[in-house]
Design a protein around this ligand. Sequence first.
Ligand code: GLN
Length: 449
Amino acid sequence: ACLDRIEALNPVLNAFVALDADSALAQARAVDARRAAGEELGPLAGVPIGVKDNFCTTDFPTTCGSRMLRDWVPPYDATVVTRLREAGLVIVGKTNMDEFAMGSSTETSFFGPTRNPWDTDRIPGGSGGGSSAAVAALMVPLAVGSDTGGSIRQPGSVTGTIGVKPTYGGVSRYGLVAMASSLDQPGPVTRTAEDAALLQQIIGGYDPRDSASIDQSVPDLVAAAAATDLAGVRVGVVAEFRGDGYEQGVLDRFDEAIEVLRAAGAEIVEVSCPAFTYALPAYYLIQPAELSSNLARFDGMRYGLRVGDDGTASAEQVMNLTREEGFGREAKRRIIIGTYALSAGYYDAYYGSAQKVRSLIQQDFDRAFASVDVLVSPTTPTVAFRVGERTADPMSMYLADLCTIPSNMAGNASASFPAGLSEGLPVGLQVMAPPMADERLYRVGGVLE
Ligand code: GLN
């Protein structure tokens, strides 16, 4: 059924960039065989899943939405992928994304934009718009994404799906093509809180191959998602995340969601997190800085695209030509910003200041979580915007992540849950919890359903 659905809708939505129906059916049969042989498989065995195209897979190219890696088939699987295979999930294909996960609309992909199933003139969010559109359009019940500044949660919000960014270090980054290493975090994209909990329990947990991986067991997220009340839960509404720039329809759905939480027994208080206002500008120094360093490996020498190697060109000429043709405009813009912010003489003023802001954001969270269990805000200030509407104006594109970035900067757990529609388009509610308290996200999300 999933394959039929993908075949019917993918020509319009462009959610999958690689698909292998024969392999999917073979994987499904292999699950049957494992069961027949007496192997105890978990509840998601045999369930089809889409994987964002920045997770390494040995049976599909891993392009990161970039010409640079168009034909690259990795020699190893990401830990997330290995764990999906072990649990018997059926990897149907790879999902579209903004180039190297930079963007909020899935329009910078070398393979063209993904469309929002709710209105195909609109964007599905980004960078993981392919995963969220695929789940929203019922092409697959589950997908995985990666979230550096909002790329799981913001697409979740604008496609009416659930997107979870686990605690930094909660899900292994091994084999996730690095974008901004201190912020990147894989996580689930689903239609129900229980599905997301089941999926995080499979992909999450300690991995010695990720130096940031936290050596603790994953709490019982499925039990948390089954909660039906919020008695004794203190919910802090972030005062800074409303006002100018927030659509009225988004604020209305947000206020209604708060009433649902209150009716379920939660205590609602307003909390001020003044440093959150500086999260976006600080992110756009730290993220490009780390990105410029991570993308240095795409040099036309080691793997991926190589341009201009005619036997007479110097290595430097090949590198120049490869990077000129291999990277799109947004990647180049951020490499330039990042190398500038890291250059001698500017390092302290830009990168150093941004790191100080990061500490202030962390302190705001610490202060808030001393008196509340979770924080909430709209996931994104507006509903899905139109394809092409923000491509000429990077600043307006960056604003889509205004509310999601603080959680990446502090490394805490955060998720977006559907909170109804505004003029026929989905609105998301963001829930933020302290590091390693991911179960609180699921408890609130379970009640919202
Ligand atoms: N939209 C943000 C950016 O462009 C976040 C991307 C992400 O989370 N991967 O950097």
